[in-house]
Design a protein around this ligand. Sequence first.
Ligand code: UGA
Length: 435
Amino acid sequence: MRVAMIGTGYVGLVSGACFADFGHVVTCIDKDAGKINALNNGEIPIYEPGLQQLVAKNVAEERLYFTTDAKDAIRTADAVFIAVGTPTRRGDGHADLSYVYAAAEEIAELIEGFTVVVTKSTVPVGTGDEVEAIIRKTNPDANFAVVSNPEFLREGAAISDFKRPDRVVVGTDNEEAVKVMRELYRPLYLNETPIVVTRRRTSELIKYAANAFLAVKITFINEIADLCENVGANVQEVSRAIGLDNRIGGKFLHAGPGYGGSCFPKDTLALSRTGHDAGAELKIVNAVIEVNDARKKKMADKVIDFLGGDVSGKSIALLGLAFKPNTDDMRDAPSIDIVAKLQEAGATVRAFDPASMKEAGHVMKDVVFCDGPYHAIENADALVIVTEWDQFRALDLDRVKATMKSPNIIDLRNIYDTEDMRDRGFNYISVGRAY
Ligand code: UGA
């Protein structure tokens, strides 16, 4: 099959490289000439384990191409994917669909023969109808079907999520389009990955419902963690025990500083707006948004309170800045709120993150970015573990203690054992663990 992928952001690049690896011929298109030049030189603009090698392999085997010129790729494509950004629209929380609609117009003028136009971007219910109307209006003779095919990739695990997904969702009632989609995902189909074929609007909603449900799960356990702290219980044991109930499941029950990233914050907000506009208020989702926003700020108070209520003139080291490990993505990362509030309270912040310090430099000011964890904690009055990178899980704790000015550790990801840390002489607190 021939695939054109519009947008070489996170989703477009990973999906394009994986489809090429399935054996299809994929052309990734982006208006940003600098990005395309870089990709053609083998430079990958995002941090994603395994992506560089996957791109290089498929470029070398002549199945993956990058271009700014959409014409040929779209004209010859069996399927054109729209994988452009749908950021939060300024001011009102709705998804900004201008990039999706611009892509639809571009596609309309170029398609030839039966073409499946696939929205992979996360788009609110009804966007597929609008994309169809735009193409129909721009090119009344076009022979096409618009399909919704949401992606469920996690940053940092995107390639394995694409190649071994729990399910693939295809939203269309056009039989011919379903055939094309099945052919595109054939390697997964052979592995018996469930392919859920449904109507387009339902498919669009599935994506938001999935992300919102995961956000609910995280926020629920975060509130239970706060309760655990107040009543002498341990949230990790609560998570494990409730997770063993198959109806609940153990995943996404890690208490922490609140969810961040490019998806949950944006998608919960957009879903909330859709609910409001459609006359079906989503009160649970609304509460989750509010609780999570407040939580990120509350984490700095936790640090300040632990240090006796006054951090002015103190040096605080942060380990981990990205919203989660194995990514350099800083979007809506809890570290942003934590740093701002600590600085406001007069603390000096030193920080180390294995991948995100360049990105962090764009969203936080006056932070001393360090060469490694031990450099960050030099003479620190406290260490805050914000992101659970593997390399922070096995620090040389004797060295940590000897390097810090005072052995105060606030572990926002529960990666160390409370009793062990106290035995080693640390003043140690974590999230939701009274013991
Ligand atoms: C999320 C979904 O997991 C993907 O399925 C989806 O495709 C993607 O959004 C998207 O819509 O594009 P991602 O944002 O990459 O993926 O990251 P997650 O691994 O889901 O983590 C999101 C946030 O939740 C992180 O800040 C993480 O630290 C936090 N989290 C996650 C917790 O605090 N506790 C948990 O138990 C799990």
